[in-house]
Design a protein around this ligand. Structure first.
Ligand SMILES: Cc1cc2nc3c(=O)[nH]c(=O)nc-3n(C[C@H](O)[C@H](O)[C@H](O)COP(=O)(O)OP(=O)(O)OC[C@H]3O[C@@H](n4cnc5c(N)ncnc54)[C@H](O)[C@@H]3O)c2cc1C
Length: 395
């Protein structure tokens, strides 16, 4: 039976993640302004995260996800690794999504290696920062339409093609590149290859200028006769199997819950800050009072909390299924789609609820123009603005 209860042993590590989010990751504006500057502060955070993960504590980011992490040697589920990872990721993204994405050695390619790589490959690339390159100018949502080719040449494969929107492409040690062994064979011939960033056949041609998550670098590459050893092909080189592409797509079963968790963390930050700003303006949100007896702003915030709860729970379910070694493709896809849409909707609604402050870098009503006070409810809430979060954590 499904249980999304947060295990007691995870809670201290979530408190640690909350402290990192509140005390370190609020650097985000500095790196939003200094786009393409590597946030040096994250080296220490990444070291602490790895040490904590190895000690069985704090987990967050792509390197902690995956079925390999959750499989016990006796063949049974080993516990809560993926649940802990999405919860840690949510908490850190409450600090800043861009900085989480820029954490060294936590690239989406690390999740791909965990999902598709052999035990030997997982050991070989352990501790290395792996970006993931799937998207091409003519292939985005439809990953099966990629055109980059991999041609066998003796003990090597030779890669040719173009990759765009590669998160951490500039800073990672290696890039997991998706390419087809034979375009005539369709999706089942698509395999992923680990390419060293220093490989002279893979040239970084552009860093994107983005509207958000600017602490994270996003690169475009050209692969021009890029030669990699045959052992760089992740997993099974066989293209005979009809379900070969399904194996490659397993990467997404691991990464979609993480992307959902990023969106959930961002939504939580929006709701918390909006609750604080509304309280400053005299609008108190009371979950124990009917919508109709509260001001419009408070009622809207309660609706947003319910939307948040649905995205949060779907995300936990997707991770929980992985921990149970159950198929999670459907749940992971739903969680990513729902959480992404919910984060955008909540962020937009919070900007609107906060009026001019929502649209400014000014961080408080006190430093900006005064907001009219609520005329309907100024009663103090019976629980704090974190009421929903705390209720979830205390079950
Ligand atoms: C900041 C950032 C970081 C990224 N990082 C990475 C990375 O690390 N590695 C990587 O490989 N890629 C990365 N991407 C690329 C991302 O995965 C693609 O943008 C995504 O797959 C969508 O592809 P596309 O941009 O070509 O859009 P399209 O596929 O052209 O889609 C455009 C719109 O059409 C919709 N659409 C597409 N097909 C259909 C359909 N059949 N029916 C209905 N609607 C449809 C889509 O939902 C979307 O709204 C990143 C992108 C961004 C913005």
């Amino acid at each position: 039976m499904i249980s999304l209860e947060i295990p007691a042993r995870i809670r201290p590590t979530l408190d640690a993640a909350a402290a990192v989010a509140d005390q370190i990751l609020r650097l985000s504006r500095r790196y939003d302004r200094a786009e393409h500057t590597r946030p040096q502060e994250l080296d220490l955070v990444a070291d602490l995260l790895e040490a904590a993960t190895q000690a069985g504590g704090l987990r967050a980011g792509a390197a902690s996800s995956g079925r390999a992490e959750s499989a016990g040697s006796d063949g049974r589920a080993a516990g809560h690794a993926n649940l802990a990872t999405v919860l840690g990721t949510m908490e850190l993204c409450r600090g800043d999504v861009g900085l989480l994405l820029a954490l060294p050695r936590q690239g989406l390619g690390n999740a791909a290696i965990a999902a598709v790589g052999t035990a030997q490959q997982r050991a070989e690339y352990a501790g290395r920062w792996a970006a993931m390159a799937i998207t091409e100018p003519e292939a985005g949502s439809d990953a099966g339409a990629i055109c980059t080719t991999a041609t066998r040449d003796g003990a090597h494969y030779v890669l040719n093609g173009e990759k765009i929107f590669v998160t951490s492409g500039e800073r990672a040690d290696v890039v997991v590149v998706w390419a087809t062994l034979d375009r005539a064979l369709g999706r089942r011939a698509i395999k992923s290859f680990v390419v060293e960033r220093s490989n002279p056949g893979m040239t970084l041609v552009r860093l994107e200028h983005k509207l958000g998550i600017r602490a994270s670098d996003t690169a475009a590459f050209v692969l021009d006769n890029c030669r990699v050893p045959a052992s760089a092909l992740l997993g099974d080189p066989d293209i005979a199997a009809e379900d070969g592409f399904a194996g490659t797509m397993e990467t997404f079963d691991n990464t979609r819950p993480l992307v959902a968790a990023m969106a959930v963390g961002l939504a939580r930050a929006c709701l918390d800050r909006t609750t604080e700003l509304l309280a400053e303006a005299g609008v108190m949100v009371d979950p124990d009072t009917p919508h109709t007896a509260q001001g419009a702003a408070a009622a809207r915030l309660l609706d947003l909390e319910a939307d948040y709860a649905s995205a949060y729970l779907l995300t936990l379910k997707a991770a929980w299924l992985t921990d149970q070694r159950e198929p999670n493709s459907m749940a992971a896809s739903m969680a990513k789609a729902k959480a992404g849409r919910t984060a955008v909707a909540i962020a937009g609604a919070c900007v609107e609820l906060c009026g001019p402050i929502g649209y400014a870098e000014t961080s408080s009503w006190r430093s900006g123009r005064a907001m009219p006070r609520s005329s309907t409810s100024s009663r103090a809430p019976s629980r704090s603005s974190f009421w929903w979060w705390r209720a979830a954590c205390s079950t």
